[in-house]
Design a protein around this ligand. Structure first.
Ligand code: UGA
Length: 415
């Protein structure tokens, strides 16, 4: 959706094809199936201009396209990468090709898969095509900004004419260009996401040590990040990483390595550390609730896997809530946009729109997703509303001194 909207905004004619009829109908009626800042306006603007169109019909769009982007999901299924959507899409494309076409894969796929895909597609077409790889580096919640101002544009392909055309298509987008073969481009994508996950798990390991040695992880990571070789991003300690990308790509790379008999120990440790953050957070909650959460009202602020999105895939809130439910807690939850999505996944909790209403009579406030709405809460008011003034801050967003001065029992992660 983001790729389509942005390229349409650059005055290209863009068709979006999806085999989910309901989804396309919803979009055509003006509803965007997920929340992403700025996306709705960009889609409506380009839809109205006639440059952006939607369909479920491959026969209508494939024969006339110059460049086709494949943006299907490659989710994880029992530890393996599920490539069924990729094979289905490439088959449907092949069956409808009528002239030589560039096919650029944006989906995150196993490095080196293009040769296999080429053979697969040739079963369904006699027409020439060239498969390239243009990996996606945007973050949810900042998708448009990242697409318009990326650090780099990576183009992986074997034919010069293809890479030239793809470079031309990206000409209005700034950022360094890296042209390479497709397998390298695909590896850059895995390497990037897995390294980001590694940074997070490293910060979380430091946070654990900070708790034990009486140091403050916020200042420790700040101090580390001032070294330009380390950098200050993705060192925020807390509940760890969730979402549809980092957990999946870490798992996938471990699996791909295993297939080549390589034990990718570093990423296994990253994954274990990430899982450990949930237990650590729950343990802190139990401790601050005087040793038991049974029958106690706990309020979880933030459900989405991160702020500015409605995406609940692998959200840390799900595991936190499940663990606390097992321990008998009565849970109330709030999120500014993810509640409709969350209702499909989380049961046995009470959903609230207003955090102040949710906190009335509660024994602990659990900050899970750092929405800006929850960063500026009126804690004087909250102190009066709660049964016990307890805050467990899973994203280290609150001023611990201020909260402690107000009489709150406060714990962050590594502070
Ligand atoms: C991630 C990458 O950041 C993008 O570059 C990539 O294009 C995308 O995956 C993808 O593969 O499509 P995204 O999943 O949208 O983007 O979210 P991130 O901003 O990376 O955050 C992932 C998780 O890490 C969130 O749960 C966030 O709360 C957590 N996080 C992030 C931390 O715990 N600490 C940090 O310092 C940063």
């Amino acid at each position: 959706m983001v790729t389509a909207a942005v390229f349409a905004d650059f005055k290209n004619e863009v068709w979006v094809v999806d085999n989910d009829e309901q989804k396309i109908k919803k979009i055509l009626s003006g509803k965007i199936p997920f929340y992403e800042p700025g996306l709705k306006d960009l889609i409506i603007k380009n839809f109205k201009s006639g440059r952006l169109k939607f369909t479920t019909d491959y026969t209508q769009v494939i024969p006339n396209s110059e460049i086709i982007f494949i943006c299907v999901g490659t989710p994880n299924k029992d530890g393996k990468i599920d490539l069924s959507y990729l094979y289905a899409a490439t088959k449907a494309i092949a069956q409808n090709l009528k002239k030589p076409t560039i096919i650029a894969i944006k989906s995150t796929v196993p490095p080196g898969i293009n040769q296999k895909l080429e053979k697969w597609m040739k079963k369904y077409t006699q027409t020439d095509f060239d498969l390239a790889s243009v990996p996606e580096f945007l973050r949810e919640g900042k998708a448009i900004e990242d697409t318009l101002h990326p650090c780099r544009v990576v183009i992986g392909g074997n034919k010069e004419s293809t890479t030239k055309k793809l470079l031309k298509l990206h000409k209005s987008i700034p950022g360094e260009r890296l042209v390479c073969d497709a397998a390298t481009a695909q590896m850059i994508k895995y390497g990037s996401n897995c390294f980001l996950a590694t940074k997070i798990s490293f910060a979380n390991s430091m946070a654990f040590l900070c708790d034990y040695f009486g140091a403050d992880v916020e200042l420790v990571t700040k101090g580390m990040g001032l070294d330009k070789r380390i950098g200050n991003q993705f060192l925020r300690a807390g509940l760890g990483y969730g979402g549809s990308c980092l957990p999946k790509d870490v798992k996938a790379l471990i699996h791909l390595a295993q297939e080549k008999n390589y034990d990718l120990k570093i990423l296994k440790a990253v994954q274990d550390t990430n899982e450990g953050q949930i237990k650590y957070f729950v343990k802190k909650t139990v401790k601050l609730c005087s040793g038991s959460v049974k029958n106690k009202v706990l309020v979880v602020l933030g459900l989405a896997f991160k702020p500015e999105t409605s995406d609940m895939r692998e959200a840390r809130s799900i595991d936190v809530i499940e663990e606390l439910k097992k321990k008998g807690a009565r849970i109330r939850v709030c999120d500014p946009v993810a509640v409709p999505e969350a209702k499909k996944i989380i049961a046995g909790v009470k959903f609230f729109e207003d955090p102040y209403l949710a906190l009335k009579g509660a024994e602990a406030l659990l900050l899970v997703t750092e929405w800006k709405e929850y960063q500026k809460l009126d804690f004087k008011k909250i102190k009066k509303l709660m049964k016990r003034p307890v805050v467990i801050d899973g994203r280290n967003i609150y001023n611990k001194e201020e909260l402690r001065k107000l009489g709150f029992l406060y714990e962050g992660i590594g502070r």
